[in-house]
Write a protein of this length. Sequence first.
Length: 236
Amino acid sequence: MSHSTEKLLTIITVVYNGEKLLEKTIQSVLAQPYENIQYIIIDGGSKDKTVDIIKKYDAQIDYWVSEPDGGIYDAMNKGIDFAKGDGLFFLNAGDYFVGDVITDSLKIPSFLPVKSINSRGKLTDMAITDIKLGLPICHQGIIFENRGIHYDLEYKMSADYDYYLNHGYKYLDFTPTDGYVFYDTTGVSSTNIKARLYDVGKIIHKHFGIFAMTNYAIRAIVINVLLVIYRSILRR
């Protein structure tokens, strides 16, 4: 991709067997008006036509690799190792930019506006949440500084929360934009909710201490009870 004297932003897309999702993600990155983007794709050794799609855009992708990895966070770490940008942005296959999101107004670090499809099938703005209860917004809504920090693979479900806190961030300003990031939630499995809550609890204890973790644990118990009730209603 073309380069200028502007700050370099590295966009990293991780994918595995994403032939139905990846091309829209790639096209949305290539359509951004910002000139100084390094684009990296890390594929986990897909068995479908994912690599064929990557090769289609080979001339416009700065670096890509297709090989087995240890999961999404391991793949993100591989991308970080090849990142040359002042800023890092992680846009998974299935996520994509709508409109002009990465422009000359880019701030590093910053939040970006995110929309997703809610449980009722409606496109909804993603709100900023309490930093002591989890990641304030999904990682698709965060432009990080490139400090060479890696995701801790101890956390299988919520390493992005730990990654955010390891940067020392609290709440960031938004980058002004005429568009938004679409966050694809279809890959988030409800069967992993308990594991995710457990991971978040450990991270809260690590960064904020026992009292913050206790507050979180009480909330997590309530969430689990509500989920049981909700699922029982759906089964009727």
